[in-house]
Design a protein. Structure first.
Ligand SMILES: [Mg+2]
Length: 321
């Protein structure tokens, strides 16, 4: 049985490694990566981006407040502006500048449906893995601070619930995992996400390329959808397409961090975020010891990132008493 502590650290480090693997090829299409024979591991410089920065921010806010506190989280988000942000999304940045200028967190969020909540929410899944009611409340509210669109909120619940499932279980039953995660979003406003999440079981029968060409654009609507995106291999930054693509890559080879994350960043488009979310799933499931050492050692700020994983584990334990 894998120690839960190793899963906690694996989640945070997995996020960083997946993010850094995707960073050099962000915006490239799958077809471009194929045609030019791009060797993604060779480009690895361990440079993480906003996905990892904000995952650390959420983890540190949970550690500071000994649980989810929107005021503490908002303050930590404001501190991120001075780090400074690496490759942030616009919805995220404008919302957090709003917070800094005195807008309350309940009103600061943009109407963006992008993946900004999903990419950073995994520590909430770790911390509340045995309190699903609180997990859903915290995931939802943590999205509202920057992203108020239903797809963004829903994607946050899905990622956190999936991480919680992976912490709590020692045997992976894929159908049971998909059903359990789908149950957490089984309500009218999330019905499109719910339906597509259940369809993931069918997608898992398909090869990576075929599945990701579709999943990468699933639910994307005009004006964000453009016919020219079809067939070139883009995983869109829309919250639903990003999260379903990342979950697909994890579930296809759940015991193989390297394979899952490399497939995730080969999908094209928002590669750092798809890599980060897939890395969070696979890092949680496989634990820190099963992430390729060369990527762990090469990740910038690795000591700090491991220590964030350790501290969130210790804080979780403290709060159980
Ligand atoms: Mg990024």
């Amino acid at each position: 049985m894998l120690e839960k502590k190793k899963k906690f650290i694996g989640c945070i480090v997995g996020t960083g490694v997946g993010d850094a693997l995707g960073e050099p090829v962000e915006g490239c299409t799958r077809i471009y990566l194929e045609n030019y024979n791009v060797n993604i591991p060779k480009l690895y410089l361990g440079r993480y981006t906003d996905d990892t920065q904000l995952t650390i921010a959420i983890a540190e806010s949970l550690i500071r407040a000994k649980g989810y506190d929107p005021d503490v989280l908002s303050k930590r988000f404001i501190e991120w502006l001075d780090e400074p942000p690496i490759g942030p999304g616009r919805g995220c940045l404008t919302s957090i500048y709003g917070l800094k200028n005195g807008v309350h967190w309940s009103e600061s969020g943009s109407d963006s449906g992008a993946n900004g909540c999903a990419m950073r929410v995994s520590p909430i899944g770790l911390f509340y893995h045995n309190d699903i009611e609180m997990l859903i409340k915290a995931a939802k509210e943590s999205s509202l601070i920057t992203h108020r669109h239903w797809a963004a909120i829903c994607s946050g619940i899905v990622v956190a619930r999936a991480v919680a499932y992976l912490v709590s279980n020692d045997v992976l039953d894929i159908d049971d995992m998909i059903n359990t995660v789908a149950d957490s979003i089984n309500q009218d406003e999330y019905k499109e996400f719910h339906k597509n999440l259940l369809k993931l079981k069918d997608y898992l029968e398909l090869p990576y390329k075929e599945a990701l060409m579709e999943l990468g654009l699933i639910g994307v609507q005009p004006p964000f959808f453009d016919q020219r995106m079809v067939g070139i291999g883009i995983i869109h930054p829309y919250a639903m397409s990003t999260v379903l693509s990342a979950l697909f890559c994890f579930l296809k080879t759940p015991d193989d961090f390297k394979k899952s994350v490399l497939e995730a960043v080969t999908g094209g488009g928002d590669t750092d975020t798809v890599g980060a979310i897939c890395g969070a799933f696979s890092g949680t499931w496989n634990g820190i010891d099963n992430i390729p050492q060369i990527w762990v050692d090469g990740l910038i700020d690795i000591k700090k990132i491991v220590s964030v994983g350790e501290k969130i584990w210790e804080t979780f334990l403290e709060c159980q008493i």
